[in-house]
Design a binder for this molecule. Structure first.
Ligand code: GLN
Length: 314
Protein backbone atom coordinates (compact mmCIF):
# COMPACT_ATOMS: atom_id res chain seq x y z
CA UNK A 1 0.00 0.00 0.00
CA UNK A 2 1.35 3.41 -0.88
CA UNK A 3 1.52 5.83 1.97
CA UNK A 4 -0.05 9.18 1.34
CA UNK A 5 2.49 11.97 1.68
CA UNK A 6 1.44 14.20 4.53
CA UNK A 7 2.40 17.87 4.22
CA UNK A 8 3.22 19.39 7.56
CA UNK A 9 2.70 23.11 7.45
CA UNK A 10 4.76 24.80 10.08
CA UNK A 11 3.42 28.01 11.55
CA UNK A 12 6.78 29.76 11.74
CA UNK A 13 5.25 33.11 12.61
CA UNK A 14 3.50 31.71 15.68
CA UNK A 15 6.72 29.97 16.72
CA UNK A 16 8.72 33.20 16.40
CA UNK A 17 6.14 34.98 18.53
CA UNK A 18 6.41 32.34 21.24
CA UNK A 19 10.20 32.54 21.16
CA UNK A 20 10.09 36.32 21.41
CA UNK A 21 8.07 36.02 24.61
CA UNK A 22 10.17 33.25 26.08
CA UNK A 23 13.55 34.93 25.67
CA UNK A 24 12.43 38.09 27.52
CA UNK A 25 13.58 36.67 30.87
CA UNK A 26 17.22 36.45 29.76
CA UNK A 27 17.32 39.42 27.42
CA UNK A 28 19.14 41.66 29.88
CA UNK A 29 21.42 38.94 31.30
CA UNK A 30 24.06 39.15 28.57
CA UNK A 31 26.85 41.69 28.32
CA UNK A 32 27.51 43.83 25.24
CA UNK A 33 31.00 43.58 23.78
CA UNK A 34 32.74 46.55 25.35
CA UNK A 35 36.26 46.09 24.01
CA UNK A 36 35.02 47.80 20.86
CA UNK A 37 33.74 51.08 22.36
CA UNK A 38 31.21 51.73 19.59
CA UNK A 39 29.54 48.37 20.25
CA UNK A 40 29.30 49.04 23.98
CA UNK A 41 26.66 51.67 23.24
CA UNK A 42 24.14 49.27 21.66
CA UNK A 43 21.02 48.84 23.86
CA UNK A 44 20.79 45.43 25.53
CA UNK A 45 17.08 44.98 24.99
CA UNK A 46 17.21 44.51 21.22
CA UNK A 47 16.02 41.25 19.75
CA UNK A 48 15.24 40.29 16.17
CA UNK A 49 14.89 37.06 14.27
CA UNK A 50 14.29 36.15 10.62
CA UNK A 51 13.54 32.82 8.98
CA UNK A 52 14.01 32.56 5.23
CA UNK A 53 12.75 29.32 3.73
CA UNK A 54 13.89 27.77 0.48
CA UNK A 55 10.27 27.92 -0.65
CA UNK A 56 10.66 31.70 -0.64
CA UNK A 57 8.79 32.59 2.55
CA UNK A 58 10.20 35.08 5.03
CA UNK A 59 9.11 35.29 8.66
CA UNK A 60 10.34 37.96 11.05
CA UNK A 61 9.92 39.13 14.61
CA UNK A 62 11.09 42.06 16.74
CA UNK A 63 14.05 44.07 15.48
CA UNK A 64 14.70 41.80 12.49
CA UNK A 65 14.93 44.77 10.13
CA UNK A 66 17.30 46.82 12.29
CA UNK A 67 20.94 46.98 11.28
CA UNK A 68 23.67 45.81 13.61
CA UNK A 69 27.38 45.12 13.40
CA UNK A 70 27.76 41.60 12.03
CA UNK A 71 31.40 41.31 13.16
CA UNK A 72 32.59 37.69 12.88
CA UNK A 73 29.65 36.54 10.79
CA UNK A 74 31.55 38.32 7.99
CA UNK A 75 34.08 35.47 8.23
CA UNK A 76 31.58 33.29 6.38
CA UNK A 77 31.57 35.66 3.39
CA UNK A 78 35.32 36.07 3.30
CA UNK A 79 35.85 32.30 3.47
CA UNK A 80 33.55 31.86 0.47
CA UNK A 81 35.41 34.58 -1.45
CA UNK A 82 38.84 33.18 -0.59
CA UNK A 83 37.71 29.72 -1.72
CA UNK A 84 36.53 31.22 -4.98
CA UNK A 85 39.88 32.98 -5.43
CA UNK A 86 42.39 30.25 -4.65
CA UNK A 87 40.49 26.97 -4.17
CA UNK A 88 40.63 24.45 -1.39
CA UNK A 89 44.08 22.93 -1.82
CA UNK A 90 45.91 26.22 -1.47
CA UNK A 91 43.64 27.60 1.21
CA UNK A 92 43.95 24.66 3.61
CA UNK A 93 47.73 24.87 3.50
CA UNK A 94 47.52 28.18 5.36
CA UNK A 95 44.72 27.55 7.81
CA UNK A 96 43.40 24.48 9.62
CA UNK A 97 39.89 23.18 10.08
CA UNK A 98 39.75 21.98 13.65
CA UNK A 99 37.87 23.57 16.55
CA UNK A 100 40.22 25.73 18.59
CA UNK A 101 38.82 25.12 22.07
CA UNK A 102 40.15 28.58 22.85
CA UNK A 103 38.66 32.07 22.81
CA UNK A 104 38.34 33.54 19.31
CA UNK A 105 41.13 36.03 19.88
CA UNK A 106 43.57 33.72 21.66
CA UNK A 107 47.28 34.10 20.93
CA UNK A 108 48.88 31.05 22.57
CA UNK A 109 47.73 28.36 20.14
CA UNK A 110 49.04 30.32 17.20
CA UNK A 111 52.54 30.25 18.61
CA UNK A 112 52.76 26.56 19.39
CA UNK A 113 51.16 25.66 16.09
CA UNK A 114 53.72 27.74 14.19
CA UNK A 115 51.48 30.39 12.72
CA UNK A 116 48.83 28.10 11.18
CA UNK A 117 45.50 29.15 12.72
CA UNK A 118 43.21 26.33 13.82
CA UNK A 119 40.32 27.39 11.58
CA UNK A 120 39.07 30.27 9.40
CA UNK A 121 36.49 31.44 11.96
CA UNK A 122 38.81 32.43 14.80
CA UNK A 123 40.43 35.83 14.40
CA UNK A 124 43.85 34.51 13.38
CA UNK A 125 42.26 32.36 10.68
CA UNK A 126 40.13 35.22 9.43
CA UNK A 127 43.25 37.41 9.15
CA UNK A 128 44.83 34.80 6.85
CA UNK A 129 41.62 34.60 4.83
CA UNK A 130 41.41 38.37 4.34
CA UNK A 131 45.09 38.35 3.38
CA UNK A 132 44.15 35.92 0.56
CA UNK A 133 41.44 38.31 -0.59
CA UNK A 134 43.90 41.24 -0.46
CA UNK A 135 46.31 39.33 -2.69
CA UNK A 136 43.59 38.63 -5.23
CA UNK A 137 41.46 41.76 -5.34
CA UNK A 138 42.40 45.36 -6.05
CA UNK A 139 39.72 46.59 -3.69
CA UNK A 140 38.88 43.93 -1.08
CA UNK A 141 36.29 46.11 0.69
CA UNK A 142 34.37 46.64 -2.55
CA UNK A 143 34.69 42.96 -3.48
CA UNK A 144 33.09 41.99 -0.18
CA UNK A 145 30.44 44.68 -0.41
CA UNK A 146 29.48 43.66 -3.96
CA UNK A 147 29.21 40.04 -2.90
CA UNK A 148 27.04 40.74 0.15
CA UNK A 149 24.80 43.25 -1.62
CA UNK A 150 24.22 40.89 -4.51
CA UNK A 151 23.60 37.85 -2.35
CA UNK A 152 21.08 39.63 -0.12
CA UNK A 153 19.60 41.71 -2.93
CA UNK A 154 20.09 44.84 -0.87
CA UNK A 155 22.26 47.50 -2.54
CA UNK A 156 21.99 49.63 0.61
CA UNK A 157 24.31 47.44 2.71
CA UNK A 158 27.48 49.20 3.80
CA UNK A 159 30.31 49.30 6.29
CA UNK A 160 30.03 51.22 9.53
CA UNK A 161 33.21 53.25 9.39
CA UNK A 162 32.81 54.42 12.98
CA UNK A 163 32.77 50.82 14.21
CA UNK A 164 35.82 50.00 12.08
CA UNK A 165 37.67 53.05 13.45
CA UNK A 166 36.62 52.21 16.98
CA UNK A 167 37.95 48.66 16.67
CA UNK A 168 41.17 49.88 15.07
CA UNK A 169 41.87 52.07 18.10
CA UNK A 170 41.56 49.16 20.52
CA UNK A 171 42.53 46.26 18.26
CA UNK A 172 45.73 45.38 20.10
CA UNK A 173 45.08 41.66 20.18
CA UNK A 174 44.28 41.45 16.49
CA UNK A 175 47.37 43.47 15.83
CA UNK A 176 49.42 40.99 17.88
CA UNK A 177 47.85 38.07 15.98
CA UNK A 178 48.61 39.68 12.61
CA UNK A 179 52.22 40.36 13.62
CA UNK A 180 52.58 36.75 14.77
CA UNK A 181 51.19 35.48 11.48
CA UNK A 182 53.56 37.72 9.57
CA UNK A 183 56.54 36.49 11.60
CA UNK A 184 55.63 32.91 10.63
CA UNK A 185 55.39 33.90 6.96
CA UNK A 186 51.63 33.31 6.85
CA UNK A 187 50.67 36.79 5.61
CA UNK A 188 51.54 37.92 2.10
CA UNK A 189 50.51 41.53 2.60
CA UNK A 190 51.71 44.03 5.14
CA UNK A 191 50.24 43.82 8.61
CA UNK A 192 48.53 47.22 8.51
CA UNK A 193 46.66 46.51 5.27
CA UNK A 194 45.49 43.13 6.56
CA UNK A 195 44.22 44.68 9.81
CA UNK A 196 42.53 47.52 7.93
CA UNK A 197 40.68 45.06 5.68
CA UNK A 198 39.77 42.85 8.68
CA UNK A 199 38.32 45.70 10.75
CA UNK A 200 36.37 46.85 7.72
CA UNK A 201 34.82 43.42 7.07
CA UNK A 202 33.82 43.13 10.74
CA UNK A 203 32.06 46.50 10.56
CA UNK A 204 29.52 45.36 7.94
CA UNK A 205 26.17 46.70 9.05
CA UNK A 206 23.28 44.38 8.22
CA UNK A 207 20.03 43.09 9.65
CA UNK A 208 18.65 39.59 10.28
CA UNK A 209 16.75 39.57 6.98
CA UNK A 210 19.83 40.53 4.91
CA UNK A 211 21.87 37.90 6.68
CA UNK A 212 19.35 35.10 6.23
CA UNK A 213 18.99 35.91 2.53
CA UNK A 214 22.65 36.42 1.79
CA UNK A 215 23.76 33.02 3.02
CA UNK A 216 21.00 30.97 1.42
CA UNK A 217 23.58 29.23 -0.77
CA UNK A 218 24.58 27.36 2.40
CA UNK A 219 20.99 26.19 2.77
CA UNK A 220 20.68 25.39 -0.92
CA UNK A 221 23.76 23.19 -1.50
CA UNK A 222 25.84 26.03 -2.96
CA UNK A 223 23.25 27.38 -5.37
CA UNK A 224 21.77 30.86 -4.94
CA UNK A 225 18.00 30.41 -4.84
CA UNK A 226 17.68 34.03 -5.98
CA UNK A 227 19.93 34.20 -9.02
CA UNK A 228 20.36 30.50 -9.78
CA UNK A 229 24.15 30.97 -9.69
CA UNK A 230 26.29 28.17 -8.33
CA UNK A 231 28.24 30.18 -5.71
CA UNK A 232 29.86 27.12 -4.16
CA UNK A 233 30.00 23.52 -5.28
CA UNK A 234 27.65 21.19 -3.43
CA UNK A 235 30.64 19.74 -1.66
CA UNK A 236 31.98 23.17 -0.64
CA UNK A 237 28.59 24.13 0.81
CA UNK A 238 28.63 20.91 2.84
CA UNK A 239 32.14 21.64 4.03
CA UNK A 240 31.39 25.21 5.11
CA UNK A 241 28.33 24.02 7.03
CA UNK A 242 30.50 21.37 8.68
CA UNK A 243 33.07 24.00 9.63
CA UNK A 244 30.36 26.13 11.16
CA UNK A 245 29.09 23.21 13.17
CA UNK A 246 32.56 22.49 14.54
CA UNK A 247 34.11 25.97 14.67
CA UNK A 248 31.43 28.63 14.11
CA UNK A 249 30.74 29.54 17.72
CA UNK A 250 34.28 29.32 19.11
CA UNK A 251 34.95 27.59 22.39
CA UNK A 252 31.20 27.22 23.01
CA UNK A 253 30.77 25.20 19.84
CA UNK A 254 30.01 21.94 21.69
CA UNK A 255 27.37 23.57 23.84
CA UNK A 256 25.86 25.33 20.82
CA UNK A 257 25.70 22.08 18.81
CA UNK A 258 24.20 20.28 21.80
CA UNK A 259 21.53 22.88 22.40
CA UNK A 260 20.76 24.10 18.88
CA UNK A 261 21.78 21.24 16.59
CA UNK A 262 22.56 23.46 13.62
CA UNK A 263 25.65 24.82 11.86
CA UNK A 264 25.91 28.49 12.72
CA UNK A 265 28.21 31.48 12.75
CA UNK A 266 28.15 34.07 15.49
CA UNK A 267 29.58 37.56 15.92
CA UNK A 268 30.23 39.72 18.94
CA UNK A 269 27.69 42.22 17.64
CA UNK A 270 25.18 39.65 18.93
CA UNK A 271 24.15 38.13 15.60
CA UNK A 272 24.02 34.42 14.79
CA UNK A 273 23.27 32.96 11.36
CA UNK A 274 22.26 29.28 11.28
CA UNK A 275 21.24 26.84 8.58
CA UNK A 276 19.09 23.80 7.95
CA UNK A 277 20.38 22.60 4.57
CA UNK A 278 17.58 21.89 2.17
CA UNK A 279 15.10 23.92 4.20
CA UNK A 280 15.88 27.33 5.65
CA UNK A 281 18.22 29.94 7.07
CA UNK A 282 17.50 31.43 10.47
CA UNK A 283 19.20 34.54 11.82
CA UNK A 284 18.91 36.10 15.21
CA UNK A 285 20.26 39.26 16.82
CA UNK A 286 20.47 40.23 20.44
CA UNK A 287 23.53 42.18 21.58
CA UNK A 288 23.93 40.72 25.10
CA UNK A 289 26.67 38.08 24.96
CA UNK A 290 27.55 35.06 27.08
CA UNK A 291 31.09 34.56 28.36
CA UNK A 292 32.16 32.91 25.08
CA UNK A 293 31.14 35.92 23.01
CA UNK A 294 27.96 34.42 21.55
CA UNK A 295 24.57 36.09 21.87
CA UNK A 296 22.94 34.81 25.05
CA UNK A 297 19.30 35.35 24.10
CA UNK A 298 20.16 34.53 20.48
CA UNK A 299 21.50 31.09 21.37
CA UNK A 300 18.41 30.42 23.50
CA UNK A 301 16.15 31.60 20.66
CA UNK A 302 17.78 29.17 18.23
CA UNK A 303 17.54 26.38 20.78
CA UNK A 304 13.84 27.12 21.18
CA UNK A 305 13.44 27.28 17.41
CA UNK A 306 14.86 23.82 16.76
CA UNK A 307 13.04 22.38 19.77
CA UNK A 308 9.66 23.84 18.88
CA UNK A 309 9.86 23.06 15.15
CA UNK A 310 11.52 19.68 15.65
CA UNK A 311 13.83 20.72 12.80
CA UNK A 312 17.59 20.40 13.10
CA UNK A 313 20.28 18.57 11.18
CA UNK A 314 19.97 15.58 13.50
N1 GLN B 1 36.00 42.29 15.26
C1 GLN B 1 35.92 41.33 16.33
C2 GLN B 1 37.30 40.99 16.83
O1 GLN B 1 38.19 40.85 16.08
C3 GLN B 1 35.22 40.11 15.84
C4 GLN B 1 35.14 39.02 16.88
C5 GLN B 1 33.84 38.28 16.88
O2 GLN B 1 32.82 38.73 16.35
N2 GLN B 1 33.83 37.17 17.55
O3 GLN B 1 37.54 40.88 18.00
Amino acid sequence: MRKKKREIVMDFQAILEEIHKEIQDVLLDGKVADYIPKLAAVPLDKFGMAVQTLDGDLFTIGDAAENFSIQSISKAYTLILALQFIGEDRLWKRVGREPSGNPFNSLVQLEYEHGIPRNPFINAGALVIVDIILSNSKNPGQTLLDFVRQRSDNPGIGFDNEVAASEKKTGFRNSALANFLKSYGNLENDVDSVLEAYFLQCSLSMNCIDLAKSLMMLTNHGLSPWSGEQILTKSQAKRINSLMLTCGTYDAVGDFAYRVGLPGKSGIGGGIAAFIPGKLSVCVWSPGLNSNGNSLAGTLALELFTTKTGMSIF
